[in-house]
Design a protein around this ligand. Structure first.
Ligand SMILES: Cc1cc2nc3c(=O)[nH]c(=O)nc-3n(C[C@H](O)[C@H](O)[C@H](O)COP(=O)(O)OP(=O)(O)OC[C@H]3O[C@@H](n4cnc5c(N)ncnc54)[C@H](O)[C@@H]3O)c2cc1C
Length: 470
């Protein structure tokens, strides 16, 4: 009898070394030895139910994990699906259409984080009869309060249900229950997800003919990184709502008097609601990467390169001034491209042809962190003799400009410190434990890359402040 040891190998590499992103793919196969649990840091993680369990022989668990050894990379997966009909760009992946714009019909834009295209695409696939169901993320208690936590992958089949899933949830989610539901219920499905989640779906489809047949469209989101549940708690706590009282959160409240990137955070606790501009809350600087999953620092996919279409924010000067939000949209599937072009002609969408270089520009910082600096992070793991997942980028000892290496080390430190210090803060019931640990490192991080003159000026300013205080 052949014994399948791929689950053990996955456990000893990806999971044991902290690279699990908690997508849930490994818990989907029937009789899977894995279950998905929320850890103390507020992250979904895969866990072996029983170390001695035997996995069914036809599943190779290392091949269905997005960080697993032996799994195809994003280029290999995407090439098989899109290379005949699309052009390729090293940053964006394959594309047959690149747009920027927003939805001009219904409440999609108002109820979305950006231009509303995320929910619009899902609804268009439903209303045109191309799918029977959509699998997306919404509040577990959607219908009553759309912002109440936890957020969860769920199956919807009407516009009303689909719209309950609008907005970006910077919150841990996992796919295993939703994909099992697809296996148990025949029909045609569209699944929305972050790049590594869509990669998981494609890898699962390669080993599961039912999912391959039923999941007809993958809708990707451009991704900076995924946050733990403690990110939401840390923002709300600064707004006066401690973790045990937090009931709901909206990470993207549009402010009509501000550019699109100056959004606010809404939090609801047992004793009331608050809305605060997000940039006034510590830890909301995405570049610094507080509460980031470690796996995200070892992912080189920003534009969900294996998805049929990907939607993000058009962070470009010509669009960012519009407070209501503008999407960047990259299509790879011909039918989805046609849906967008038709709706634009019918006046339902306001969409400009953007050009691939502008799409790259719209995610400049994310692409540099994910596709360039990843080489240095891999190098650091390798010299520490640690296991590291195979990536499309190799190790790099140098980075340009020179301060970038220090910035990367500080980002790694901030990521680890945020998880540890917030757990301590929760245990002691004191937010200051988190803030006082993070702030000195964050201030060193923010100084990196500033010119010599600016650093001297900021030093003098700090000294003066100290003197005045004294
Ligand atoms: C963790 C995370 C990181 C992101 N990073 C970036 C970034 O760096 N740059 C950028 O331009 N855009 C990023 N985005 C995407 C951006 O925030 C918007 O989601 C996107 O622009 C679509 O907005 P919309 O108004 O068109 O969609 P909406 O109409 O608001 O629809 C959003 C769709 O996404 C689904 N969804 C929400 N949260 C999740 C989730 N956690 N996982 C899977 N599906 C979800 C919803 O169910 C809904 O179907 C990120 C999104 C997330 C969730």
């Amino acid at each position: 009898m052949t014994i399948n040891k791929s689950h053990q190998a996955l456990n000893d590499t990806v999971i044991a070394n902290g690279y699990c992103v908690g997508c849930g793919a490994c818990a989907v196969p029937e009789d899977s030895p894995f279950k998905i649990v929320m850890d103390d840091y507020g992250q979904y993680q895969s866990s072996l139910k029983d170390a001695n369990v035997f996995a069914s022989t036809h599943i190779d668990y290392e091949k269905l994990c997005p960080f697993g050894s032996g799994a195809k990379n994003e280029d290999e997966i995407a090439r098989q699906i899109f290379s005949d009909t699309c052009e390729h760009n090293s940053q964006v992946g394959y594309y047959n259409g690149v747009f920027a714009g927003h939805v001009d019909e219904g409440e999609f834009r108002k109820r979305g984080s950006s231009g509303g295209m995320g929910t619009w695409v899902l609804n268009e696939l439903l209303s045109k009869g191309l799918v029977d169901y959509v699998v997306h993320v919404k509040s577990e208690s959607a219908g009553q309060d759309l912002n109440s936590i936890p957020f969860k992958y769920q199956v919807s089949e009407t516009l009303e249900e689909t719209q309950q899933g609008g907005k970006s949830r910077y919150y841990p989610i996992e796919l295993s229950e939703a994909l099992q539901a697809i296996r148990n219920n025949p029909g045609r499905y569209a699944v929305v997800g972050l790049p590594c989640f869509i990669k998981s779906v494609r890898l699962l489809q390669a080993q599961d003919s039912i999912l391959a047949e039923r999941i007809q469209y993958c809708v990707g989101l451009v991704c900076g990184h995924l946050k733990s549940a403690h990110y939401a708690e840390s923002l709300a706590w600064q707004m006066g709502i401690p973790p045990q009282e937090l009931e709901g959160i909206d990470f993207r409240i549009k402010d009509a008097s501000q550019p699109a990137n100056r959004y606010s955070t809404y939090a609801k606790g047992s004793s009331g609601e608050k809305v605060v501009p997000t940039n006034q809350l510590f830890g909301a600087d995405w570049g610094a990467g507080a509460f980031k999953y470690k796996a995200c620092d070892f992912c080189d996919d920003v534009f969900a390169e294996t998805a049929d279409v990907v939607l993000g924010d058009a962070w470009l000067p010509e669009y960012v001034q519009d407070s209501y939000g503008t999407n960047v949209v990259v299509t790879r599937n011909q039918q989805i491209r046609q849906l967008i072009v038709n709706a634009r002609t019918e006046g339902r969408l306001e969409m400009d042809d953007l050009g691939v270089e502008k799409a790259v520009q719209s995610q400049d910082a994310g692409l540099r962190h994910r596709k360039v600096s990843i080489g240095y992070r891999i190098y650091r793991e390798q010299i520490a003799k640690a296991w590291v997942p195979a990536k499309r980028t190799g190790p790099a000892k140098t980075l340009s400009p020179r301060y970038e290496k220090k910035r990367q080390r500080l980002r790694t430190e901030l990521r680890a410190l945020s998880h540890e210090s917030f757990l301590k803060a929760k245990t002691r019931g004191e937010l200051s434990v988190y803030l006082s640990t993070m702030k000195p490192v964050y201030s060193r991080y923010s100084r990196q890359g500033r010119s010599f003159v600016r650093r001297v000026l900021s030093f003098v300013k700090r000294r003066l402040k100290a003197v005045v205080k004294f």
